[in-house]
Design a protein around this ligand. Structure first.
Ligand code: PMP
Length: 383
């Protein structure tokens, strides 16, 4: 069968492809420690499970909701934005989606035309570049500095859209309000529109997360802010999130979403309603922080890796440029020889680094995986 030219030149996402390989090995009876993505070992918060159980009892049928999501859910999300994000928004400025990924695809689709330039900071979540490529856009990859300054921003080429990920996967960077204000001033000057992915909003260990939309006139600039239940509430498989955007953008996204998925799953909307109202469980953050500290302690003694404690999020981002092996080969061989999966930084636009999701298994497995990585890397350290 002939596959269309449109898709034939695209490749599956590196992250989901690696996760798929781990699944295949496991189905063959192999035991693999998977740090390639971050799948929380926590269940969804109790209020979510209770709300879903009650809804299943109560509802005989689960009708389609409006494509943009049930009105009551969007009203509650509006309250969440006011209370947690310092943003005033009406329900017509909110669209519920099947996770951040759908919101990303739809917002990029409706804000750009093929050939438009999109600024993406690297290292980057692989889905940003993959989505831009699917839509025929021209990604401009720019190294994310430790500090975003006006001089840094002024050196960036003009673009139709800039994508910001705050807090940031994989470095854990939490943008300060001052940095966001520099970005605001710059987009006001250059006319770029903005997509801000705030999926990790509640996973900041240090520093407070500020929503970009709270620092600017987001309707005028054209800002889409994306939220997800996946990471902040350990609800990856529920596939639900939402976007806040000017109402003409929401309405264009609705036009696109209608024929694709129609509304997000009704039961997942009920789950998201409860999740975004209850806040990220304290026990989850305490657990993540303890694991982060433990992992960083282990790597601190290893001369060939430079691993800083991330200020947020479920990933460690380590510099292994001193090794004699390139990072794609490193991750391939590590999986083959030691049965540990990590993401090479190449998939996130920065070779020489590896990314480890550290929240998926029990602590003993985390430590065992780290021991195997260290033993493997020791064999390629420069004398
Ligand atoms: N944004 C970023 C930057 C992520 O890393 C993730 C999780 N991998 C998500 C969003 C969550 O996406 P979704 O809501 O589609 O699960």
């Amino acid at each position: 069968m002939k596959i269309s030219d449109r898709i034939a030149s695209s490749r599956p996402l590196a992250t989901t492809a690696m996760h798929g390989r781990v699944e295949t090995l496991r189905n063959q009876g192999e035991s693999v420690i998977d740090f390639s993505i971050a799948i929380s070992h926590f269940p969804a918060p109790k209020p979510v499970l209770d709300a879903v159980a009650q809804a299943v009892e109560r509802e005989r049928t689960m009708p389609y909701t409006a494509v943009v999501g049930a009105l009551q859910v969007r009203e509650h999300l509006g309250e969440k934005l006011r209370k947690e994000n310092e943003i005033e928004a009406g329900s017509e400025e909110i669209i519920v989606t099947c996770g951040a990924k759908q919101a990303l695809y739809e917002s990029l689709y409706v804000m750009t035309d093929p050939g438009d330039a999109v600024v993406i900071f690297k290292p980057h979540w692989p889905a940003y570049v993959a989505t831009a490529q699917l839509l025929g856009l021209s990604p401009i990859l720019v190294d994310l500095p430790e500090q975003v300054t006006p001089a840094f921003l002024d050196a960036i080429a003009p673009a139709k859209v800039v994508i910001i990920n705050n807090p940031h996967n994989p470095t854990g960077k939490v943008f300060t309000r001052a940095e966001l204000e520099h970005i605001r001033d710059w987009v006001e000057r250059t006319g770029a529109q903005v997509i801000v992915d705030e999926s990790y909003e509640h996973l900041a260990f240090e520093g407070r997360h500020t929503s970009f939309a709270a620092t600017c006139d987001w309707r005028k600039i054209g800002v889409v802010t994306i939220f997800s239940a996946s990471q902040s509430y350990a609800m990856m498989g529920w596939r639900v999130g939402f976007a806040l955007a000017p109402k003409e953008v929401v309405s264009a996204m609705e036009t696109l979403q209608g024929p694709i998925t129609a509304a997000a799953s009704h039961i997942s909307q009920i789950a998201a309603d409860a999740a975004f109202a209850c806040g990220t469980p304290r026990a989850m953050m305490d657990d993540y922080r303890a694991r982060r500290d433990l992992a960083v302690r282990h790597f601190a003694e290893v001369p060939w890796i430079d691993m800083h404690a991330p200020a947020s999020g479920p990933y460690l981002w380590g510099d292994i440029r001193s090794l004699t092996m390139e990072t794609v080969a490193f991750s391939e061989r590590l999986l083959e020889d030691k049965r540990v999966a990590v993401m090479p930084g190449d998939a996130l636009g920065v070779p020489g680094y590896i990314r480890l999701g550290y929240i998926s298994d029990d602590v003993a497995t985390l430590e065992e995986g780290i021991r195997r990585i260290i033993a493997f890397g020791d064999g390629y350290a420069r004398a």
